[in-house]
Each structure stands twice: as structure tokens, then as C-alpha cells.
Design a protein around this ligand. Structure first.
Ligand code: 5GP
Ligand code: ZN
Length: 114
């Protein structure tokens, strides 16, 4: 996807603060963090959102959650807790149309989810 900002981050055409990278997944710090720890975990394969997932992507989603598990421990928020957010579409407030999982932590988060 040529115009996709996250695809550009994957290709290193745009700098980012990468905290994890494998052949299928990359994770980097959000440029506009809402908490002391705010990391985005994304598949390298361009998918617009959760709605683009196909049965063949089941393993990929499982791997993304394992990466989240690893990063939470790496960042030291495994004991204090954190939130995983995946926005989808217009009403979900999704701004970047490349599937991404927010890891948000490092402070006491509000109890409201909307
Ligand atoms: P969304 O609202 O789509 O769920 O979240 C998109 C997130 O991507 C936002 O939190 C925004 O700050 C982040 N973001 C947008 N552009 C860039 C960028 O160029 N670099 C990084 N590191 N994060 C970005
Ligand atoms: Zn993309």
C-alpha cells in the first residue's frame, strides 16, 4: 500500500522507535502517546482493519498477541496492567487504515471504554 503511513514505517521510509520486529510483525512507539507506554503492534502484511482478516490470518493474530505478551514484560507493565485497543472503522475512531493493536499502560487508566 503506497500511501499507507504504517507500510512506510515497515519499509523504514519513515523513522520510528521500533521495540520489536520479526518477519511478520513490527511494533513501535506511538508518535502521539496517550500514556507513558503507548506502543503499536502491526502485521507487516497490509490489512485495512480486523474486517480484512481471513481464516489464513488466524496464526498471525495469535502471534500478535504473543508479541503483546512479550512487549508488556519487556516494558515492565505486566504486573501493573495495561490496555489493548483495536479501533475499527469510522465510529471506532480508526485513523490509520492499517490494522494495529495499541498497547497502552504505565499509568492508571480510566475505567470507561467509551
Ligand atoms: P487509530 O486512531 O487509527 O487507532 O490510531 C492511530 C495511531 O497511530 C495514533 O495513536 C497516532 O498517534 C499513531 N500514528 C499516526 N501516525 C504515526 C506515525 O507516523 N508514527 C507513529 N509512530 N505513530 C503514528
Ligand atoms: Zn499499510
Amino acid at each position: 500500500m503506497e500511501d499507507c503511513i504504517f507500510c512506510k514505517i515497515i519499509k523504514k521510509e519513515i523513522p520510528s522507535n521500533i521495540v520489536y520486529e520479526s518477519d511478520e510483525i513490527i511494533a513501535f512507539r506511538d508518535v502521539n502517546p496517550v500514556a507513558p507506554i503507548h506502543i503499536l503492534v502491526i502485521p507487516k502484511k497490509h490489512l485495512n482493519s480486523v474486517l480484512d482478516l481471513n481464516p489464513e490470518d488466524e496464526m498471525l493474530v495469535g502471534k500478535i498477541y504473543m508479541v503483546i505478551n512479550k512487549i508488556a514484560k519487556q516494558e515492565g507493565i505486566d504486573k501493573s496492567g495495561f490496555r489493548i485497543v483495536v479501533n475499527c472503522g469510522e465510529d471506532g475512531g480508526q485513523e490509520v487504515k492499517h490494522l494495529h493493536f495499541h498497547i497502552i499502560g504505565g499509568k492508571k487508566l480510566g475505567t470507561k471504554i467509551c
